[in-house]
Write a protein that binds this ligand. Structure first.
Ligand code: MLC
Ligand code: AMP
Length: 501
C-alpha cells in the first residue's frame, strides 16, 4: 500500500456509487462523490503550498465538506488538526501558534481567526455550515482526481490537542498506523459491514466522532446519517433508518428522558455504543428496560483511540468498560511505579499497543512523563479488573472534569480565576450533574474587597469555551488543605456532591 490510511478508509471506495452520508435535507452523498470532493480539496491545499507533514488547523461547523478536508489531508500527507468549535479566539491562538499550522480554516462568521492566522504567518480560509466560504469557491475548478501521496504507517495523520493538568494543552501526535489499527479492530469487534447505517450526532473534532465513528464506518464501507448535532427530535426521527449509534452518556440519558424513545423507535437498531465518560450502571439498566438493548460501553482516550470494549456477543456488563481490544495490552499498576497491583486491586491503568500515539508535539518532557520508553502509556485513570477480567474504571488520578463528554482541566480555569482582582486563590472541581455527568464549580477565596463575580463570569466567557464555564461560582473563606498544604479537592467534591442532584 502506498498510503495505508487513505487506501483503506477512502481509496478503495473510488468509483463506488454506494451511500456514504445521508444528509438532513434528504440528499445522499455517495462514497465516490465524497472522494471527488476530497481530491479537489487536496489540490487546493497543495496549491496553497501545504506539503506532507504540514499542519492544517480547522475550526468549522460539522458538514460533509469538513469531513472531506480530513480525507484531503490524509490523501496529501498533511496533518489534520481539528478544533472544537466552542474554543474562543484566545484558545485557538495557542493551538495555531503551538502547532505552527500553515493554513487555518475557520467559520466565515469568525473573522477573528483571520487575524490570528496572519499573526502567526499562516494562511486563512473559510468553510461554513452549508459548505460555503472561500474553500468551496477555490476548490470548484480543481481536478477530481489527486495523486495520493505515499505514506508509511508511522507517519503522522492528525494532531488532537488535549488539555493537561498544568493547564497547557498538548498536541497528541497520531500516526496513520494508530488510526488504521483501531478502525480495523473496531469493524471486526463491533461487527460493522457495508450494510450498516450509523446515526452520527457527535461532533467531528474529537476522537469519538471523527475516528471511532467515522473511520470505522469508512473502513466498513458503511454509511452514516450525518446530523449537525445531537438533538433528540432529529435523533428519534432518524433511528428507524439506522442500525447503530455511538454516543456519550448524555446522549443516552437525554433519550431516556423522552417518552418517544422506546422499543418501537429502536426496533431496527443492532448496536448502541457509549463512551468518553462513565455510563452509570443505572442508566445501562434503564436503557435495557426501555428498549430491550444493552448498551455496549467502551473506553478510549485522545492519545490512544479505543483501548477496551465490552463484548459484542458475550455479557455487556454495566459499570465496566469490558476487555482490552485485540492487540491492546492493559495493566494496572501502583501509582508512580511499573509494579502491577494484585488482581482486583485499584491502581493506575496503563495501555500499550498499535493504537498508542507517538508523543506530544514539541513536548519531550511531557511525553516522557506519560509515555514510557517501552511503549506503556500512563492513562491517569484509576481502575481495577473484576474476577471475570472486565476492566472497571473507578476514578481518575488526574485532576480532570468530564462534562457531557468534553474534558475540562480545572487548572486552566483556576489560572484565569487567580488573575482576577479580589481573588486570593481559587479551586475548581467537578460536581455530579444529571445531564452532563459532571459540571464545573468554582470556589473563590476573596482578597481585600473581594471579587466582582459578574465581571469574572464575563472574563471567563471571553477566554474559555462555553462548556468550561462554571455552573456555580461561590466565595468561601478558605480552602481545605492537607498537612502538605495541598488543596483537598476530594473534600470539596464531597461538599458539592448533591448541589445539582
Ligand atoms: C454544551 N454545553 C455544555 C456542553 N455542551 N456545557 C457543559 N458540558 C458540555 N458538554 C453548554 C452550551 O454551551 C450551552 O451553554 C448549554 O450548555 C446548553 O447547551 P445544550 O444545547 O444543552 O448543549 P448541546 O448543544 O445539546 O450539547 C450537549 C452535548 C454536547 C452533550 C450534545 O456537549 C456533545 O455533543 N458532547 C459530545 C462530546 C464529545 O464528542 N466527546 C468526545 C471526546 S473524545 P450556554 O451558556 O450557551 O447556554 C474522547 C475519547 C473517547 O473523550 O473515549 O471517546
Ligand atoms: P479525552 O482526553 O477527551 O480523550 O478523554 C479521555 C478520558 O475520558 C479517559 O482518560 C477517561 O477518563 C474518560 N473515558 C473515556 N471513556 C470512558 C468510559 N467508558 N468510562 C469512564 N471514563 C471514560
Amino acid at each position: 500500500m502506498t498510503n495505508p490510511l487513505y487506501d483503506t478508509l477512502f481509496g478503495r471506495h473510488a468509483g463506488a456509487d454506494t451511500p456514504f452520508l445521508h444528509l438532513p435535507d434528504g440528499s445522499v452523498l455517495t462514497h465516490d462523490a465524497f472522494l471527488r470532493m476530497a481530491a479537489r480539496f487536496a489540490h487546493l491545499l497543495t496549491d496553497r503550498g501545504l506539503q506532507p507533514r504540514d499542519r492544517l488547523a480547522v475550526q468549522v461547523p460539522k458538514s460533509p465538506q469538513a469531513l472531506a478536508l480530513y480525507a484531503a489531508c490524509v490523501q496529501a500527507g498533511i496533518v489534520f488538526l481539528p478544533l472544537n468549535t466552542a474554543y474562543t479566539p484566545s484558545e485557538v491562538e495557542y493551538f495555531v501558534s503551538n502547532s505552527g499550522a500553515k493554513l487555518v480554516v475557520g467559520d466565515p462568521t469568525a473573522p477573528k481567526l483571520a487575524d490570528i492566522a496572519h499573526q502567526y504567518g499562516a494562511q486563512h480560509m473559510t468553510l461554513g455550515a452549508d459548505g460555503d466560504g472561500s474553500i468551496a469557491n477555490a476548490a470548484k475548478s480543481k481536478s477530481e482526481t489527486y495523486p495520493t501521496v505515499p505514506r508509511a504507517r508511522d507517519d503522522l495523520a492528525a494532531f488532537l490537542y488535549t488539555s493537561g493538568t498544568t493547564g497547557r494543552s498538548k498536541g497528541a501526535m497520531l500516526t496513520q498506523g494508530n488510526l488504521l489499527s483501531n478502525a480495523e479492530t473496531l469493524v471486526e469487534h463491533w461487527r460493522f459491514t457495508a450494510d450498516d447505517v450509523l446515526l452520527h450526532a457527535l461532533p467531528i473534532f474529537h476522537t469519538h466522532g471523527l475516528f471511532t465513528a467515522t473511520n470505522t464506518i469508512l473502513a466498513a464501507g458503511a454509511s452514516m446519517i450525518f446530523l449537525p448535532k445531537f438533538e433528540p427530535d432529529a435523533v428519534i426521527a432518524a433511528l428507524p433508518k439506522a442500525t447503530a449509534m455511538m454516543g456519550v452518556p448524555t446522549f443516552y440519558t437525554r433519550l431516556l428522558d423522552d417518552p418517544r424513545f422506546d422499543r418501537e423507535a429502536t426496533r431496527n437498531m443492532r448496536l448502541f455504543v457509549s463512551g468518553s465518560a462513565p455510563l452509570l450502571a443505572e442508566v445501562h439498566r434503564r436503557f435495557e428496560e426501555r428498549t430491550g438493548h444493552r448498551i455496549l460501553e467502551r473506553y478510549g482516550m485522545t492519545e490512544t483511540n479505543m483501548n477496551t470494549s465490552n463484548p459484542y456477543d458475550g455479557e455487556r456488563r454495566a459499570g465496566t468498560v469490558g476487555f482490552p481490544l485485540p492487540g491492546v495490552e492493559l495493566r494496572i499498576v501502583k501509582p508512580d511505579t511499573t509494579e502491577e497491583v494484585p488482581q482486583g486491586e485499584i491502581g493506575v491503568i496503563e495501555v500499550r499497543g498499535p493504537n498508542v500515539f507517538k508523543g506530544y508535539w514539541q513536548m519531550p518532557e511531557k511525553t516522557a512523563e506519560e509515555l514510557r520508553k517501552d511503549g506503556w502509556f500512563i492513562t491517569g485513570d484509576l481502575g481495577q479488573i473484576d474476577p471475570d477480567g472486565y476492566v472497571v474504571i473507578v476514578g481518575r488520578n488526574k485532576d480532570l472534569i468530564i462534562s457531557g463528554g468534553y474534558n475540562i482541566y480545572p487548572k486552566e480555569i483556576e489560572q484565569v480565576l487567580d488573575e482576577q482582582p479580589g481573588v486570593l486563590e481559587s479551586a475548581v472541581i467537578g460536581a455530579p450533574h444529571p445531564d452532563f455527568g459532571e459540571t464545573v464549580v468554582a470556589l473563590l477565596v476573596p482578597d481585600g474587597e473581594g471579587p466582582d463575580v459578574e465581571a469574572i463570569k464575563e472574563t471567563l466567557r471571553e477566554r474559555l469555551a462555553n462548556y468550561k464555564q462554571p455552573r456555580l461560582i461561590e466565595t468561601v473563606s478558605e480552602l481545605p488543605r492537607n498537612t502538605m498544604g495541598k488543596v483537598q479537592k476530594a473534600a470539596l467534591r464531597e461538599r458539592y456532591a448533591k448541589t445539582f442532584a
